[in-house]
Design a protein around this ligand. Structure first.
Ligand code: IYR
Length: 218
């Protein structure tokens, strides 16, 4: 015999349409302006803001509500230096032969290379880990979807709070588990340098696809 699942009242704010439009526009303007930043100022940032954004990320939906994520907030200069050194070693392998030429051609317009000073210059790194299972080996579900959603929340929350980020994926990134002492059931998912851009920061001249290429109405 199965008992009824327990429920609580939904907290939902019904808005007037003009207010809905204003909020949708404000969010759009914020994420439209957001760009991946590769030149960070070393100026300190309010870490309580970053922690609040991580709390926001952890409100994301997840498979069976397993919340299969861990966020490691790195500010210790020595740890950042070790991460930079390990990442640059992997990236030298990537740019120096492991990456197929077609991939390097696709990256050329971004101007990236194996040099990753932002890993030390940014005041904070948020390293997102996914949990393949729980601590006791119990199953997690839709892990990549779930952690991708939480990471999207995190990037949007940080941009909304006035902080710049880079979605960085050194490859392979197993070194992050080792340096940060993460358990066997976790895998690195994404590395997010967080901070303020340098003054007069420049970014690649790239565009998002127009709406008619990404939205189909039926
Ligand atoms: N991880 C490398 C290469 C790289 C790959 C992709 I896909 C990018 O969008 C950008 C960079 C690096 O960080 O340089």
């Amino acid at each position: 015999m199965s008992s009824e699942p327990s429920t609580v009242p939904l907290s939902f704010e019904r808005l007037e349409e003009p207010e809905m439009r204003a909020r949708a526009d404000a969010f759009f303007e914020n994420v439209r302006r957001r760009r991946s930043v590769r030149h960070f100022s070393s100026e300190p940032i309010p870490l309580d803001v970053v922690e609040r954004c991580i709390e926001a990320a952890a409100q994301a939906p997840s498979g069976a509500n397993k919340q299969p994520w861990t966020f490691v907030l790195v500010t210790d200069p020595d740890t950042k230096r070790r991460i930079r050194e390990a990442a640059e070693e992997e990236e030298r392998g990537f740019y120096g032969g492991r990456a197929p030429q077609a991939w390097l051609d696709d990256l050329a317009h971004l101007g990236t290379d194996a040099h990753k000073p932002f890993l030390e210059e940014a005041p904070a790194l948020v390293v997102v880990f996914l949990q393949r299972t729980d601590d006791a080996g119990g199953r997690h579900y839709y892990v990549h979807e779930s952690v991708g959603l939480a990471t999207g929340f995190l990037i949007a929350a940080l941009a909304h709070a006035g902080l710049a980020t880079l979605t960085h994926t050194p490859s392979p990134m197993g070194f992050l588990s080792e340096i940060l002492g993460r358990p066997e059931n976790e895998r690195p998912f994404l590395l997010l340098p967080v901070g303020y851009p340098i003054t007069d920061c420049r970014v690649p001249d790239i565009r998002r696809k127009p709406t008619n290429e990404v939205l189909i109405r039926r």
